[in-house]
Design a protein around this ligand. Structure first.
Ligand code: FAD
Length: 326
C-alpha cells in the first residue's frame, strides 16, 4: 500500500488544535517504518497562519484552503475537499484527532474513498512491516490491536493526550493552496456557531487535567470548589451524568458512555461512584484520583490514588495545599 501519511490539522476559532502535533508525532512513527513522507492539510480560516506555525515540523507539503465556503465547518464541504485530496495524492494513511470534528470527518471521507478506518486509537506503532493501532473496545474494558490488510487508504483517529507531540525538526515545507472544489449550494448543513463552555476552561476532550464532580456535589453552586481547583491547575471541569441530569452543570461537561470520552494525564473524580458508563469515558486517564465517602465505591478499583473522605473537606484542603506550591 501507499506509504505516505497525511495529517488533518483541525483548526478551531482560527487556531490549530494542540493535538495536531501529536498527530505529526504519530505520523513520524509510521514514516520511520514505511519510509513515506508526511503531508498535512489545513482547511478554513487561519489555515495559512497555522501552516506557517508548522513549517519547522519536517513536513513535505501542507495543503491549505481558506475558501469562503470553509468559513464554517460542514461535514459535506470538508469531506469532499479531503476525499479529493486523498485520492489525488494517493496517500496511504490519514491521521485525524478523535475529536467531534475528526470523528465526523473521518467516517465520511473513509466511505467516500473506500478506505478503512481505525477509530479512537490510543496508540500507534510500526511493528514488523505493519502499522499496528491499539483501540479500546467494550466501553474500555479491553483493548484490541488492529493492522491494515490490503491496499486501501487507512484513516486513523487518535484520542488526544496519548501520543507524544512532535518537536520541530527543521526542513523546508511547500505550502500548496488548493481550490475548494465545492460550492456553497452543494452544502446542506453548516455549523453556524460554536458556543464555548462557560468559564473559558479547556474542553474535557483535550484537557490534560480534569476535575470532575458527581451527584454528591448536591447543587450547581457547589461546583465552585471544583472550578477553583481547576483554575489553579489550568484544568477542565467534568461531571457524571447524574450531576448533569440534576442540572448542576451543562451536558458538554458530561464524561462517559453518553458524554465525552476523555484521556487526561490526571482525572480527579469527586463524589463519583464509578458506574461502568462513567468509567467508559475516563478509564484510559493516565492517573485517576478518587475522592469518595464510601470506601467500597467502585471508582476505587480503577483509581491510582483513593481518598476516603468528604469531598467538601478534601477538595478545599487540596486547593490550599496546591496554592502553596504554585
Ligand atoms: C445508557 C446509559 C448511559 C449512561 N451514560 C453515562 C455517562 O455518560 N456518564 C455517567 O457518568 N453516567 C452515565 N450513566 C449513568 C450511570 O449509570 C450512573 O448512574 C452515574 O454515573 C452515577 O453518577 P454519580 O457517580 O455522580 O452518582 P452516584 O452513583 O449516586 O454516586 C455518588 C457517589 O458520591 C459519593 N458521595 C456522596 N457524598 C459524598 C461526599 N460528600 N464526598 C465524597 N463522596 C460522596 C457516594 O458514596 C457515591 O459513591 C448512564 C447510564 C445509562 C443507563
Amino acid at each position: 500500500m501507499a506509504s505516505d501519511i497525511l495529517v488533518f490539522g483541525e483548526i478551531r476559532g482560527g487556531t490549530l488544535k494542540k493535538a495536531v502535533k501529536e498527530l505529526i508525532g504519530t505520523a513520524r512513527i509510521i514514516a520511520e517504518g514505511t519510509g513515506g513522507s508526511i503531508d498535512a492539510v489545513l482547511i478554513g480560516d487561519g489555515a495559512q497562519e497555522a501552516a506557517e506555525s508548522l513549517k519547522e515540523f519536517g513536513l513535505r507539503k501542507i495543503y491549505i484552503s481558506e475558501s469562503e465556503v470553509f468559513k464554517e465547518y460542514s461535514t459535506e464541504g470538508y469531506a469532499k475537499f479531503l476525499a479529493d485530496l486523498v485520492q489525488e495524492i494517493s496517500t496511504g494513511y490519514v491521521l485525524l484527532g478523535a475529536t467531534s470534528q475528526g470523528r465526523d470527518l473521518a467516517s465520511r471521507v473513509t466511505a467516500k474513498v473506500d478506505g478503512v478506518m481505525f477509530s479512537d486509537c490510543v496508540d500507534v506503532r510500526y511493528e514488523g512491516d505493519k502499522v499496528v493501532a491499539k483501540r479500546p473496545v467494550y466501553s474500555g474494558r479491553l483493548f484490541i490491536e488492529i493492522t491494515p490488510a490490503g491496499e486501501r487508504p487507512v484513516f486513523i483517529t487518535i484520542r488526544p493526550n496519548n501520543m507524544p507531540p512532535a518537536e520541530p525538526a527543521g526542513g523546508s515545507v511547500e505550502i500548496v493552496s488548493r481550490p475548494a472544489g465545492v460550492t456553497a449550494e452543494s452544502i446542506r448543513a453548516l455549523v453556524k456557531e460554536i458556543i464555548p463552555l462557560a468559564g473559558g476552561r479547556p474542553d474535557v476532550t483535550e484537557a490534560e487535567v480534569i476535575i470532575a464532580g458527581g451527584r454528591a456535589m448536591k447543587d450547581a453552586s457547589n461546583f465552585k470548589i471544583l472550578e477553583e481547583l481547576a483554575d489553579l491547575l489550568g484544568a477542565a471541569v467534568g461531571a457524571s451524568r447524574a450531576a448533569v441530569d440534576a442540572g448542576y452543570v451543562e451536558h458538554g461537561l458530561q464524561v462517559g458512555h453518553t458524554g465525552k470520552i476523555v484521556n487526561p494525564k490526571l482525572y480527579i473524580a469527586c463524589g463519583i461512584s464509578g458506574a461502568i458508563q462513567h468509567l467508559a469515558g475516563m478509564r484510559t486517564s493516565k492517573v485517576i484520583v478518587a475522592i469518595n465517602k464510601d470506601p467500597n465505591a467502585p471508582i476505587f478499583e480503577k483509581a491510582n490514588y483513593g481518598i476516603v473522605g468528604d469531598l467538601f473537606d478534601v477538595v478545599p484542603i487540596m486547593t490550599e495545599e496546591i496554592k502553596k506550591i504554585l
